[in-house]
Design a binder for this molecule. Structure first.
Ligand SMILES: Cc1cc2nc3c(=O)[nH]c(=O)nc-3n(C[C@H](O)[C@H](O)[C@H](O)COP(=O)(O)O)c2cc1C
Length: 151
């Protein structure tokens, strides 16, 4: 366990942008999670159990202008953090192509692809990429190749 100045998912997102271009948008909650890992995982578990929709700091202004969206997140308790549900429920993704990627420490994509299909009914959800979180920094070529293949 260590505190990262830049998270694994953000590093992966930057590799994708370098490989295929596009704009980055970081999803952040209005209320920060605890900096203590053990407290944070309990907060996350409580949100999952409550099927919560934590408020976000900001939303992208021109979501509708994008046809293809890479959606990245860490695996939290087997799926996406609940703020991803907050975000994706807010928009109509009909006709868009969603390409998921998930950093994790062993659970892979978990049920996130299934959850994305439920949330984004009218979208095409492409096969996602699972990235071992601790190896993200050294996975640029794997991430870049997958991103290029996926668009
Ligand atoms: C609240 C919380 C729950 C997590 N749950 C899982 C899990 O169920 N399975 C797993 O493989 N990794 C789990 N992890 C590890 C993260 O998915 C992994 O460290 C990820 O790369 C973190 O990405 P980030 O640096 O962008 O936040 C969890 C981490 C946190 C903080």
């Amino acid at each position: 366990m260590k505190e990262l100045s830049k998270g694994n998912t953000e590093i992966a997102a930057e590799f994708i942008q370098k490989a295929v271009g596009g704009d980055l948008f970081k999803i952040d909650t209005a209320k920060p999670y605890s900096t203590s890992y053990m407290t944070c995982i309990e907060e996350a578990k409580a949100e999952l159990r409550a099927d919560a929709r934590p408020e976000l700091k900001a939303y992208p202004e021109n979501f509708e202008d994008y046809d293809t969206i890479f959606v990245g997140y860490p695996n939290w308790w087997g799926t996406m953090p609940m703020c991803m549900f907050t975000m994706l429920e807010k928009y109509d993704t009909t006709g868009k192509t969603i390409i998921p990627f998930c950093t994790n420490e062993g659970s892979g994509m978990g049920s996130s692809e299934r959850d994305l299909k439920k949330l984004c009914g009218g979208a095409v959800i492409k096969k996602g990429l699972s990235i071992h979180g601790a190896e993200t920094q050294h996975s640029e070529s794997k991430i870049a190749e997958w991103a290029k293949r996926s668009v």
